[in-house]
Design a protein around this ligand. Structure first.
Ligand SMILES: O=P(O)(O)OC[C@H]1O[C@H](OP(=O)(O)OP(=O)(O)O)[C@H](O)[C@@H]1O
Ligand SMILES: NC(=O)CC[C@H](N)C(=O)O
Ligand SMILES: [Mg+2]
Length: 491
C-alpha cells in the first residue's frame, strides 16, 4: 500500500508532487521519491525516510519540469534499502520512470523470463523493478518509429497477460507523457482528476482522492480495473480497457485501515464506510449482549475513531477519548520490525486515567492484525483502573496473509491465524472480544456503491482472487517474516 501520484501540468510540478505525497504518507513511511521530465532529461531524487526528510531545498530545485511522478513506499518485497525506493528507471525504450503500489505473486517466474527470454537485467529484489521491465519489454516490441496510444494500450495488455497480483502503476515515458494503469481486478486504488487554469487543462492520477483535493484537482473517476490512461506531453487524454473478464475486486482493507477517511475510493466515502462498520458492530453487540453494561466507548487512535464514534452513537453509550496520540509518531502497523512496532505503541498512545477508572470500557480498533496494539492497550486500560476491558474490532479476524500490497506475509505472525475468537480474547487479555462479521463489513462498503459486487477479502477469507501457488505463501513466509527481515538487516 504505497502511495503514488503523477501529474501532467502546464507549469512546474515538483512542489505539487511533494504536497501530494505528504497526504499519501500514511500509505508508506519507509522511502519516498519523485521523478520529473526536464526537457530531454529525467530528474530523479529518492531515498529512505518520510517525504519531508527525503526532499530538502536543493533536491527540490533540481526536480524541474511540468510532468512528474512520486512514490512513498511501504515495502512488500525485497529489502527496505534505498536501492528499492521508487520511482525506478530504465533507459530503454524511450526512458521510463515507474511508481508501483501493490505486489506481484508471480515475480520469480517473471524475473526468470526477463533474464532468459527478454534479456533484461534486474538489479534488485523488488517486484516493482520486475514489473517495470515487463512494461519496458512490452513497449519495446511495439512499432518503434512512431509510438501511438494504440501501441501503449497493447503494451499494457501485454503486461496484464504476464503479471499476476495487485498493481496500480504510474509510468513516465520520456518524450511522450504519462501512463497509469490498474490490475485487471482493480485491487489497488487509483483515481484520475483534472484542473483547469489560465494556461490549459492539467491531469493528475493518485492512489487516493485526498491528494487531488489538496492540489485543487477535481476527481473525475477511478481508473477502471485493467484500464490504462495515457496523458500525453501536450495534455491529451486517452483511455482504454486493456483486460476484460476479470471480476472487479477492490481491496476491502483500504476501507478498514489503509486509506484516509477523507478519500473516496470507487465512489465510496471511506469515512462513511467506517461509520457503517461502527453501526453494524453495535448491532452485533446488542444482539449478543443486550445487557452489555458498557460505560464508555473508547477508540484506539487514529484510524478507529470513525467506526468507534458511530458504534457509540448506535449503542447510546458515551464516546470518550481515553487515549491521546502523539501526533509526531507515524503508523505502527506499517513499521518494518516487531521490536519497533511494540515500542512505538507505548510512545504513541497514552491513557487519560480518569476516563478508565472503575468503568466498563469498550475499546474499539479498526482491526487486530499481529495483536501488537491491542495487547498493550488493554494492559494500559487496566493499569488506568478500568473495571472491565472489552474489545471490539471493526474488521473480522485477520487469519491469512495479504499478498497484494500489504505486508502481512506471514500467517504465523497473525494473532488470529489458526485460533478461535475465545483463544484470541485470551491472548490479547480482553474480558470480552467481539469481531465484525465479514458479511457486515462487505455491506458497510457496498452500501456506498451497489455496483461493487465483490472485494478482495483475502486476509479474512483466505481466498485469493488472482489465484495463487501455495508455494508462494510458503516462500513469502520464509523470506518476509519478521525474523527473516531481522536476519537480513543484521547482514
Ligand atoms: O494488531 P496490530 O498488529 O497492532 O495492527 C492493528 C493496528 O495497527 C493499526 O494502527 P496504526 O498505529 O498503524 O495506525 P493508526 O494510527 O492509523 O491507527 C491499526 O489501526 C490497528 O490499531
Ligand atoms: N506496498 C506497496 O505497494 C509496495 C510496492 C512494492 N511491492 C515494493 O515493495 O516496493
Ligand atoms: Mg490503529
Amino acid at each position: 500500500m504505497c502511495g503514488i501520484i503523477g501529474i501532467v501540468g502546464t507549469t512546474e510540478v515538483a512542489s505539487a508532487l511533494y504536497d501530494g505525497l505528504t497526504v499519501l504518507q500514511h500509505r508508506g513511511q519507509d522511502a519516498a521519491g519523485i521523478a520529473t521530465v526536464d526537457g530531454a532529461r529525467l530528474r530523479l531524487h529518492k531515498g529512505n525516510g518520510l517525504v519531508r526528510d527525503v526532499f530538502g531545498q536543493s533536491a527540490m530545485s533540481g526536480l524541474r519540469g511540468r510532468i512528474g511522478i512520486g512514490h512513498c513506499r511501504y515495502p512488500t518485497a525485497g529489502s527496505e534499502g534505498s536501492a528499492e525506493a521508487q520511482p525506478f528507471y530504465v533507459n530503454s525504450p524511450y526512458g521510463i520512470a515507474f511508481a508501483h503500489n501493490g505486489n506481484l505473486v508471480n515475480t520469480d517466474a517473471l524475473r526468470r523470463e526477463m533474464f532468459q527470454d527478454d534479456r533484461r537485467h534486474i538489479n534488485t529484489d523488488s517486484d516493482s523493478e520486475v514489473l517495470l521491465n515487463v512494461l519496458a519489454h512490452e513497449l519495446q516490441i511495439q512499432d518503434r518509429m512512431a509510438l501511438t496510444p494504440d501501441h501503449i494500450f497493447k503494451a499494457v495488455a501485454g503486461v496484464h497477460a504476464r503479471a499476476r497480483g495487485g498493481y496500480a502503476c504510474i509510468a513516465l515515458l520520456l518524450g511522450y507523457g504519462l501512463i497509469a494503469f490498474r490490475d485487471p481486478n482493480g485491487i489497488r486504488p487509483l483515481v484520475l482528476g483534472e484542473r483547469v487554469n489560465g494556461e490549459g487543462r492539467e491531469y493528475a492520477v493518485a492512489s487516493e482522492s485526498v491528494a487531488l483535493d489538496i492540489l485543487g484537482f477535481k476527481r473525475i473517476r477511478d481508473v477502471a480495473p485493467g484500464e490504462a490512461v495515457i496523458i500525453t506531453d501536450d495534455g491529451q487524454l486517452h483511455t482504454r480497457r486493456c483486460a476484460e473478464g476479470a471480476p472487479h475486486t477492490p481491496c476491502i482493507f483500504e476501507y478498514v485501515y489503509l486509506a484516509r477517511p477523507d478519500s473516496m475510493i470507487e465512489d465510496v466515502s471511506v469515512y462513511k464506510a467506517r461509520l457503517r462498520m461502527g453501526e453494524k458492530l453495535a448491532a452485533k453487540i446488542l444482539r449478543e449482549r443486550p445487557d452489555h453494561g458498557i460505560d464508555a466507548v473508547i477508540p484506539i487512535p487514529d484510524t478507529a475513531r470513525t467506526a468507534a464514534s458511530a458504534l457509540a452513537g448506535a449503542l447510546g453509550v458515551p464516546f470518550r477519548e481515553g487515549f491521546v496520540k502523539n501526533r509526531y509518531i507515524g503508523r505502527t502497523f506499517i513499521m518494518p520490525g516487531q521490536g519497533e512496532r511494540v515500542k512505538s505503541v507505548r510512545r504513541k498512545l497514552n491513557a487519560i486515567d480518569l476516563e478508565f477508572r472503575k468503568k466498563n470500557v469498550l475499546l474499539v480498533d479498526d482491526s487486530i492484525v499481529r495483536g501488537t496494539t491491542s495487547k498493550q492497550i488493554i494492559q494500559m486500560a487496566r493499569d488506568a483502573g478500568a473495571r472491565n476491558v472489552y474489545f471490539a474490532s471493526a474488521a473480522p479476524p485477520v487469519r491469512y496473509p495479504n499478498v497484494y500490497g500489504i505486508d502481512m506475509p506471514s500467517a504465523s505472525e497473525l494473532v488470529a491465524a489458526g485460533h478461535t475468537e475465545k483463544e484470541i480474547e485470551r491472548t490479547i487479555g480482553a474480558d470480552w472480544l467481539i469481531y465484525q462479521d465479514l458479511k457486515d463489513l462487505i455491506w458497510a462498503v457496498q452500501d456506498g456503491n451497489e455496483e461493487l459486487k465483490q472485494f478482495d477479502t483475502s486476509c479474512f477469507s483466505g481466498e485469493y482472487v488472482t489465484g495463487l501457488d501455495r508455494s508462494y505463501l510458503e516462500q513469502i513466509e520464509m523470506l518476509r517474516s519478521d525474523d527473516a527481515k531481522a536476519a537480513r538487516r543484521a547482514g
